[in-house]
Design a protein around this ligand. Sequence first.
Ligand code: KIV
Length: 263
Amino acid sequence: MKWTTTKIRKAKGQQKLACLTAYDYATATLIDGSGVPLVLVGDSLAMTMLGYPTTLPVTMEDMLHHTLAVSRGVKEALIVGDMPFLSYQISIEQGIANAGRFVKEAGADAVKVEGGAFRTPLVKCLIQNGIPVLGHIGLTPQSVKEMGGFRVQGREPASVAKLLSDAAALEAAGCFAIVLECLPEAIGRQITDAIGIPTIGCGAGRHCDGQVLVTHDMLGLHSAITPRFAKRYADIGTTMKEAFVSYKAEVEAGSFPSDEHAY
Ligand code: KIV
């Protein structure tokens, strides 16, 4: 059965929610087939798929291209398209138009935008116009330059108070869930206990209502340094490299193709 935002909301306190990123058809099919309820076409694809050092350069066209591929592979999970840098910050009108493209052209069920209370005018307009929104606070990678790097947030009392009021504002604006990225575990718990919608932790500890990982990190596909919270469930990168090395060696030795691979 297809996951809806209503089902995601109702999962709070009942079922922990797993979320993974997907950027292509094949991976989306495998994630969906594993029963993962939330698939995020993250703007992290700037780094994992396109090789940029940050998420900032990825475009709407890049995001729509990958979201459409993912939506062809997903039957049951809720698909969230991540709005890229400057696709929603310039004006509410532009934000609605671009969010609409994720739904209308690329098959997304919802969009994700970064930012707290200051983002609620846009969040409200999107929801009023039928586009569900996943919030995102804590470390917000589209503000990496202003934040001074990829750093754990919420270490100062003032920033904890701001995170709590941002989470409450996003809930009041109508978000169906909120990503909490890179926060101390105690702060992840405080926010989770304070709001009535699910929190999806990304390095925010064990008490969030759900967890999200970048699939490339958890599969060991990413050669860059992976964050401490990103548990590695497989080492697919090494398996792929070994296959490439074997293939090259067999082609060079003339042992591939063999009899069984020839017509
Ligand atoms: O872009 C992304 O993959 C994300 C998650 C890590 C939350 O925003």
